[in-house]
Design a protein around this ligand. Structure first.
Ligand code: NAP
Length: 277
């Protein structure tokens, strides 16, 4: 998916209904839609999503974060794509972000050992002290040449599930630490999105897939949206129980859209980037 100059940039919004011709949607209701970067949207009622019942004190913006598309990506990526088991050791990268932070927490809820890769020491601290990850490392310090030794320490019994958000050379090293019958949920490859010319490569893994019987599956969360409501019910319970924590990185005003988007690529954000208009 890519946007051309002049297109409305894609994205999800949640907002108040100011006029409605759909009897099921009332003025004053809140609704969610993939309307892109806009201050106001005209959408077909059938293309709007229902807002899940939010626990008290939970901001509406969580419906585009932990209780929205990114949270569901984590949920279905682990449950359906990675076929998560309680005995698994899970490694997730971009682990302090909107998807990764939920991946790690759900895997902990399910009883797994969880390791996170992030781009700063502050985020390492956040994962371990606030989100309950077992281990975390800063990939800017633990560069691919050092990663093998680090993973021997952090995951001495190997990795069963790799939740891939980033791609690139570090992933080659991670693949070589995946166990027999390991599973890779390929969610994203953010390290390559803005690269023109030669993309960062996962270089050495095909032979590993063969002799370790590793299953690698890419997925798009939309595939699972028919089961969205049941997943959200379960996640709301975890939120109420304090097992699912979140941070949002908020920007104000429509004019900050570009800065908000750019933050994703510099790692400025912790948790979901949200713009309030
Ligand atoms: N398959 C699907 O259906 C689906 C759905 C939603 C999202 N996604 C994908 O999931 C991934 C995470 O999305 P998100 O919304 O949760 O974003 P996010 O994690 O909230 O933000 C992106 C994070 O990626 C890290 N990052 C950026 N450039 C990097 C690089 N070159 N190398 C390593 N890390 C880098 C940064 O954290 P650090 O500070 O740690 O570097 C940044 O904070 C993305 O690849 C996205 O495209 C896929």
């Amino acid at each position: 998916m890519s946007a051309k100059i002049g297109d409305t940039m894609f994205g999800e919004i949640v907002g108040k209904v100011t006029a409605s011709k759909d009897p099921a949607i009332k003025v004053g209701d809140y609704a969610q839609a993939y309307a892109g970067w806009v201050t106001h949207a005209v959408v077909n009622g059938k293309q709007t999503q229902r807002i899940p019942e939010l626990p008290e004190g939970v901001p509406l913006t969580l419906t585009v974060g932990t209780l929205g598309m990114p949270g569901l990506t984590a949920y279905f990526g682990l449950k359906e794509v990675a076929q998560l088991k309680e005995t698994d050791t899970v490694l997730v990268n971009a682990a302090a972000g909107a998807v990764g932070s939920v991946v790690g927490q759900i895997a902990k809820i399910k009883g797994c050992k969880v390791i996170g890769s992030v781009g700063s020491d502050e985020k390492v601290k956040y994962l371990k002290e606030e989100l309950g990850f077992d281990e975390a490392y800063n990939y800017k310090v633990v560069t691919p040449d050092k990663l093998g030794d680090e993973l021997k320490k952090l995951a001495p019994n190997g990795i069963d599930v790799f939740f891939e958000n980033v791609g690139g050379e570090a992933s080659s090293v991670i693949y070589s630490h995946i166990n027999q019958k390991g599973r890779v949920a390929v969610c994203g490859s953010i390290s390559s999105y803005n690269v023109k010319g030669d993309k960062p490569k996962v270089t050495e893994f095909i032979h590993l897939l063969i002799y370790k019987s590793i299953r690698v599956e890419g997925f798009n969360v939309m595939t699972y949206f028919a089961r969205r409501d049941d997943a959200l019910k379960e996640m709301v319970v975890w939120l109420k129980e304090g097992k699912l924590k979140y941070r949002e990185h908020k920007f104000e005003n429509f004019e900050s859209m570009f800065d908000a988007f750019a933050a994703l690529f510099t790692g400025q954000n912790t948790g979901k980037v949200v713009v309030t208009v």
